[in-house]
Design a protein around this ligand. Structure first.
Ligand SMILES: [Zn+2]
Length: 354
């Protein structure tokens, strides 16, 4: 959606000027650049073009229609969201921006907390429910189209690992600018240096590849997603120095070594998906219809999501598995490793546009 509050927060991504007019007919009051909008979101991409672009712009990553509808949070998504709620604690009176919001599902899951929420992403694959629950903007995190200090809180889940060092510095500087002094940024990402525990994850991934060679799981999408990882940070001290340079201090940190989670998501869930997709192909063939694998996967996923959405036995089962996956956090949360949850505090003082 595009609320009147959003219209007060947004600025020209090129010059920081205020926007005149009403959506969909907007222009920068300073540089006169015109901006597009539709009924659901503003389009505020910067005029500069960056050499570095994420594969998340790629249609192929969205071919399985994962983004179209939001189901209740489960598995690692539920764990991430639970830690977000506990660390960032969005509340009425907060203005929160979800940086790289993707489908906007985090906005939907946390709408009940009563904070004002804005989602921004580089690609327009927002879920129907996100359009109903939050203000949405299409833009680039390196040139945030918002005024200075307009947010109290921000979140960046699965974002940092997709950036180069230079882009990460840009994103952190821009986030510091749009946060009020004392504002918080919640991050879920990973550094390259893992704990010895991560050797267990390597074994799980080896098993997943073995199953793939036997045609029992399909890891193509996972591979595509990971191929976009640039992993800019070496280790936690590197993270500390990098965020400090942008005016942030790490207030809280927990590590996530998903040994149980890796087995559940990379083996059990992938096998389940693959089995459902194959079954869909067989059913269609029996009904005399030819269907390609991608369509089958898409349909199977939609059907599975609908079942989970009705909160029947599949939902209860997944809830139970999710609970077991939480042990990874309880058991290994203080063992320093690559994947981490961090709450960063934006220290006081001005941080204007460069
Ligand atoms: Zn402008």
């Amino acid at each position: 959606m595009i609320s009147s509050r959003l219209m007060e927060l947004v600025r020209c991504p090129d010059c920081g000027g205020t926007l005149d007019g009403a959506a969909p007919d907007l222009a920068c009051g300073a540089c006169r650049r015109r901006f597009a909008a539709n009924a659901e979101y503003l389009v505020l991409h910067p005029g500069v073009s960056f050499a570095e672009q994420t594969k998340y712009l790629d249609e192929a990553l969205h071919a399985d229609a994962r983004h179209e509808h939001v189901t209740p949070p489960l598995l690692s998504a539920k764990i991430r969201n639970d830690v977000l709620r506990s660390f960032l604690a969005p509340a009425p009176g907060d203005a929160v921006v979800d940086l790289g919001c993707g489908s906007g599902r985090t906005l939907v899951w946390n709408a009940d907390l009563g904070a004002y929420q804005v989602g921004i992403d580089v690609s327009p694959y927002f879920a129907r429910e996100a359009c109903d629950h939050a203000d949405l903007v299409l833009g680039d995190l390196r040139r945030l189209p918002f005024g200075d200090g307009v947010f109290t809180k921000a979140a960046a889940l699965d974002v940092f690992e997709h950036l180069s060092r230079e882009a990460l510095a840009d994103v952190l500087r821009e986030t510091a600018r749009v946060l009020a002094p004392g504002g918080r940024l919640f991050v879920y990402s990973h550094v390259r240096k893992n704990s010895p525990l991560a050797a267990g994850l390597k074994q799980i991934n080896r098993l997943a590849r073995w199953l793939e060679r036997r045609g029992l799981v399909d890891l193509a999408r996972e591979r595509l997603r990971k191929s976009d990882h640039l992993n800019p940070l070496a280790d936690i001290p590197d993270l500390e120095r990098t965020v400090a340079a942008a005016g942030f201090r790490i207030e809280r940190i927990r590590y996530y070594t998903p040994l149980i989670g890796g087995f559940v998501e990379n083996i059990l869930v992938r096998s389940g998906e693959h089995w459902l997709a194959k079954r869909a192909v067989r059913k269609q063939a029996a009904a005399g219809r030819a269907i390609d694998g991608n369509d089958a996967a898409r349909e199977a996923r939609a059907a599975a999501k609908a079942r989970v959405g009705r909160r029947g036995p599949s939902y209860a089962g997944l809830r139970l598995v999710t609970w077991a996956m939480k042990l990874d956090l309880l058991l290994f949360g203080r063992v320093r490793s690559g994947p981490y949850f961090a709450l960063l505090r934006r220290e006081g003082g001005g941080s204007g546009r460069p």
